[in-house]
Write a protein that binds this ligand. Structure first.
Ligand code: GLC
Ligand code: GLC
Length: 652
């Protein structure tokens, strides 16, 4: 949009551009800057407009974008243009992702590069390699405490290794996802070191205070994220002689985005990784980006403005690059990270669907789909050009992040119900086969979250200990059922490494001082490639899970209505054990697929005659697209086996 104030500022900025910038061919840069500058200017001035140096900061901002545009490799510029033309590319059902630690998956980046064939074998074409930037030797929160944003941690490899992986992935049509930890740095980062040494410029990069007056006021409303290992939100730094805000671990210093220098530095980091060939950047802990006394310091309006500004700026330099919002927050808050009141995502194109994840864990524990159905009803509608990342497990804990009001609506008492779920998954409940551990227990309010691998949480570990084939079958079925959901729900399914092989909990972290206080290491496995070879040996657990997933992934890619165009309808049915939804193509009714999932251990029935919004075509044969078989159907009454699911389509 053309608007006088921003346009005249833009002219001023362009006239003052350094000659090393202005003499370059900046054609695409100028057109994109022109179209986004009104928004960039309004956001930047909303955040930093009352500063005396506002104009200089705006100049720096534009120069940062321009320099990274000049650095952008030619093939990535081409890709930007291709994606501009095919702007819905990421909504396609052909994407299937996996998240992994390079060290756990294959030792390091070079190991990952050697294993690219494994992804293709399974059908994975989007790989999230978790943090690989330089981090401290001991405690580093699994790499989420970064000490250098532009270097690869030597344990993972080198920048060349990353460039090789990025190149080889692109050759194989696999998308690369990397993290940018935008909310904080490690206390070993150079900025923190300079702040410690007393440099006021860098003390302003963080929230530091000489005494407890302000920290105490913040604390009144701030929850604790890691109450066991890092209680409170501030840490006294002896060397600096000041308190510093540390919302996560005490060695993770929160960046201060009320300082434009921080914003510009982090934008530069984002564009730097975009230029290294990253297709999608996962922005970590975005809900925490803005701190305000009197608030929980999560989901603040300004956190959204910062994300919008990052998006607008990234679109100028590297428009083909997408953002994932890692905001593990309440259902109504999550959808806001796509950006409000828009068609296209104004903030992040992709967001973790933590609501769906937590609800599925509720269904597994209760063996019914009551809360799952209710919770999905309250999942906010998302924008057209935005999508969910649907997952079952990840490297983090499972938080029971659904609404108390939904829990009440289905007839449970919220406190009691949450207590039941925790006890169920930590193996303290009479009939539970789950082998999880609590994470982040907070004795002050009784909160806790859950750690454990998918296989161990659904009872495979217990079943193998007992050597009970029926229990083993149930656990394997549950693993497939849950994957059947993320592969059909709408959005990008994100598998977690090891789950495709049925990896059990790994207790070895107990012996590692850098990890022993963090039970999330229970579910961050090291792949044993010899054992992984069992995926090709019929009858093994690895084979049963891997081969079934492989088939489901291949089938998903062929089902057009699984692309995410807000084309899902939840279907209410009487049987509380079933979760049923339709995926349709708005123009061609005949192409709809009915997904029916049974979260109970016993077979359940569904009468297809009275399913609202879905009708069978006369003379067509019903088929389960996963198995290619006709499901168990008698006079329109479908029987779904215990922990079974169908993707039902019709054959003419
Ligand atoms: C993100 C990461 C998590 C980490 C936290 C703090 O939520 O997923 O593993 O502990 O950020 O960096
Ligand atoms: C909290 C944060 C989330 C993070 C998790 C790590 O839930 O909201 O961002 O992943 O802690 O355990």
């Amino acid at each position: 949009m053309y608007e006088q104030v921003s346009h005249s500022l833009l002219n001023e900025i362009l006239n003052k551009l350094e000659t090393d910038i202005s003499k370059q061919d900046l054609r695409h840069f100028y057109t994109r800057l022109g179209s986004n500058f009104y928004a960039i200017h309004s956001l930047f001035s909303r955040l930093y407009g009352d500063r005396d140096d506002f104009k200089e900061q705006a100049q720096l901002l534009v120069e940062t974008m321009a320099r990274q545009y000049i650095n952008r490799p030619e093939h990535l510029m081409q890709l930007d243009i291709e994606r501009e033309k095919d702007h819905n590319w990421f909504l396609s059902q052909k994407w299937v992702g996996m998240a992994l630690y390079s060290h756990g998956f294959a030792g390091n980046l070079a190991g990952v590069d050697e294993r690219l064939g494994y992804f293709q074998e399974l059908g994975i074409n989007l790989v999230h390699i978790m943090p690989i930037m330089r981090c401290p030797e001991g405690h580093s929160d699994g790499g989420y405490a970064i000490s250098d944003f532009r270097e690869i941690d030597p344990r993972a490899g080198s920048l060349e290794d990353l460039e090789t992986v990025a190149y080889d992935m692109r050759e194989r049509d696999i998308l690369l996802v990397l993290d940018v930890v935008v909310n904080h740095t490690s206390n070993e980062h150079q900025w923190a070191q300079l702040a410690r040494a007393g440099d006021p410029v860098y003390q302003d990069y963080y929230y530091t205070f000489e005494d407890r007056t302000i920290p105490d006021r913040y604390e009144e409303n701030m929850p604790e994220i890691f109450p066991q290992t890092s209680p409170g939100n501030f840490t006294w730094d002896e060397e600096m002689g000041r308190w510093v805000m540390t919302v996560f671990n005490n060695y993770q210093w929160d960046l201060n985005y009320s300082n434009p220098a921080v914003f510009i530095e982090m934008l530069d980091v984002i564009l730097y990784w975009a230029n290294k060939g990253t297709d999608i950047l996962r922005l970590d802990a975005v809900a925490f980006l803005w701190k305000k006394i009197g608030s929980t310091c999560q989901n603040e309006r300004e956190a959204h403005l910062i994300l919008q500004l990052l998006k607008d700026c990234c679109q100028v330099t590297a428009p083909g690059v997408l953002f994932i919002a890692e905001a593990i927050v309440a259902p109504v808050e999550v959808a806001k990270y796509f950006g409000e009141d828009a068609v296209i995502a104004k903030e992040c194109e992709i967001a973790y669907n933590a609501t769906f994840m937590a609800l599925m864990w509720d269904a597994v524990a209760t063996k019914n789909a009551k809360l799952l159905n209710q919770g999905i009803k309250s999942l906010p509608v998302k924008l057209d050009r935005a999508t969910w990342l649907n997952y079952i497990r990840c490297h983090d804990d499972i938080g029971l992040g659904f609404d108390d009001s939904d829990i009440k609506l289905v007839g449970y008492e919220p406190m009691e119900h949450r207590k039941f779920l925790l006890e169920y998954y930590t193996g303290n409940f009479a009939y539970s086969l789950a082998r999880g551990l609590p994470f982040g227990q907070n004795d002050k309010n009784g909160d806790a979250r859950i750690a454990g691998t998918l296989a161990s949480l659904v009872g495979l570990q217990a079943a193998l200990e007992e050597g009970d084939p029926t229990m083993i079958d149930d656990a394997v079925q549950t693993i497939l059922l849950l994957h059947g959901m993320i592969l059909s729900f709408g959005g990008i399914p994100l598998l977690y490494y090891g789950d495709e092989l049925g990896k059990l909990n790994d207790y070895s972290y107990h012996d590692d001082l850098g990890k022993s206080d963090d039970s999330r290491w229970l579910h961050r496995p090291t792949i044993d490639w010899q054992a992984a070879g069992n995926r090709n040996v019929s009858g093994t657990i690895e084979y049963r899970i891997f081969s079934a997933l492989k088939r489901m992934i291949a089938v998903r890619k062929e089902i057009d209505v699984f692309a995410d165009f807000n084309n899902r309808a939840l279907i209410e049915v009487e049987n509380p054990n079933l979760f049923v939804f339709g995926r349709y193509n708005a123009t061609k009714q005949a192409e709809s697929v009915l997904v029916v999932a049974n979260f109970n251990n016993l077979p359940q029935q569904l009468n297809l005659d009275n399913i609202s919004g879905w009708s069978r075509n006369q003379g067509c044969q019903l088929v389960d697209l996963v198995s290619g078989q006709t499901p168990d159907l008698e006079e329109e009454v479908l029987t779904i086996p215990g922990y079974g699911f169908y993707w039902l389509g019709e054959l003419m």
